[in-house]
Design a protein around this ligand. Structure first.
Ligand SMILES: C[S@@+](CC[C@H](N)C(=O)[O-])C[C@H]1O[C@@H](n2cnc3c(N)ncnc32)[C@H](O)[C@@H]1O
Length: 186
């Protein structure tokens, strides 16, 4: 993962996190690559991931963070948090793997305060039909090789379906990767 991080992924992560503040939830936090990139105004970061080994590595990255960090083994589809308890939610390269994205997004809406932001940085199914077709065809094999990752997710449509207001979408690599800035209308 170091090569893509150095070739621009880290910069995309930073831009996706820009302006966040307060109590932030990260879904599918993995090894915690975003932890050093959160802005100073974040006071408390709560990360969830079902993979204990990933969370173990995230714990290492959390040491010395300038905000409180809680890392919790949980799936995004069943968040063990109260309604309206977060100022923002983030997921990077996670909605390709989450089994039930719609359920996870409706959980994210539940735990976000009214007006709170949702920031996603995700690879998605592309608009171009022949590429989308290839992504669909490759997904069954890719899923097996890459820990359940799907190449054919329409995550932007899922965000809209879950009732978030999409404020801005930034397209990278001709639309293979999107940064989605959305908010919970309450
Ligand atoms: C490709 S990794 C990305 C990790 C991290 N977000 C990053 O940007 O480096 C996908 C992560 O999603 C997690 N994941 C898989 N299913 C999940 C679910 N249902 N809920 C939350 N996280 C999940 C995996 O355990 C893994 O850590």
């Amino acid at each position: 993962m170091e090569l893509p991080e150095n070739l621009g992924l880290r910069r995309l992560r930073e831009k996706a996190l820009d302006g966040l503040r307060g109590r932030v939830l990260e879904l599918g936090i993995g090894t915690g690559r975003n932890l050093p990139l959160y802005p100073e105004a974040v006071t408390h970061l709560v990360g969830v991931d079902p993979d204990g080994a990933m969370l173990g590595r995230a714990r290492g990255r959390a040491r010395g963070a300038p905000f409180a960090v809680d890392l919790i083994p949980a799936v995004a589809e069943e968040l063990p948090f109260e309604d309206a308890s977060f100022d923002a939610a983030v997921a990077t390269l996670a909605f390709c793997t989450v089994q039930e994205p719609q359920k996870a997004l409706s959980e994210a809406r539940r735990v976000l305060k009214e007006g709170a932001g949702l920031r996603l940085l995700e690879h998605v199914k592309m608009d171009r039909k022949h590429v989308a077709w290839a992504q669909e065809k490759a997904t069954p094999i890719w899923k097996r090789l890459a820990g359940g990752c799907r190449l054919d997710r329409d995550t932007l449509a899922a965000v809209r379906e879950a009732g978030f207001e999409v404020e801005r979408v930034e397209r990278h690599l001709d639309g293979l990767v999107l940064t989605v800035f959305a908010r919970n209308p309450g």
